[in-house]
Design a protein around this ligand. Sequence first.
Ligand SMILES: [Zn+2]
Length: 295
Amino acid sequence: MTSDRAVTRFAPSPTGYLHLGHVRSALAGWRAARDAGGRFLLRLEDIDQTRCRDEYAAAILDDLAWLGINWDGPVRRQSEHFDDYQRALDRLEAMTVLYPCFCTRREIRDEIARAGDAPHAQSDRLYPGTCRGLGSRERAEKQRSGIDYALRLDLARALALTGPLDWVEEEEDGPHRKLADPGPLGDVVLARKDVPTSYHLAVTVDDAIQGVTLVTRGEDLAPATHVHRVLQALLGLPTPRYRHHEMLTDATGRRLSKRDRALTIRSMLESGISPKEIFDLALGIAPLNQPDPFR
Ligand SMILES: [Zn+2]
């Protein structure tokens, strides 16, 4: 099921070369837009300037062009729009749904262990709220001292303002209304001392600024939708429809990752594989054999 005149986007991070998993994501957005006579946008998620490189950004554009996956309008680079994120952050600050967190990763891990939580994957990532209750004087003192901190979303306060939320998820059998349940993500980080945004804030702001009406992305990002929906409500932004696709796996069922160097679009280009063959592999129409890491 396709929305009318869908505006979709592909939003890779230039931290490496495009691989087949990226092509699956790009095709999902590109085909949804082209089928509907809509627009397909390209965004480079390069807020982490320690990991992103211009060389990879240029390679992403080259590889997409070579594949014939054309995009509409200018490329949006997140690193050029920190003022947009700062404005959103200021708005959240004024709503008092942010608080500074001074914990190191290690302190968060230790605190979880002390609380006696089972060390399963979810609690491993869930922030225990250590800094939520700091007094304003203590906060100001710590911030003045110059130590690093993150700005976290006070989820309970946020939800008290927004009330229950939902969105439309497009699944194979049609659209379904999903209830937002951001609890399992906890008080996510929305910015850092020196960077006025994080993945969650930048994505939410960008999708609104770019007028994206249908977000297509891998199902690994499906859990983030719950918190993105909360941010949309707080910031008064429209809610796109969402379509999360299955991740590409190799013949052994293992998810592809950047480690699979042999599967970069670059290396396929060099070995003479055609775009059509790459699409078939990316969509799972042709089987993927175990990549040879030494190729
Ligand atoms: Zn903390």
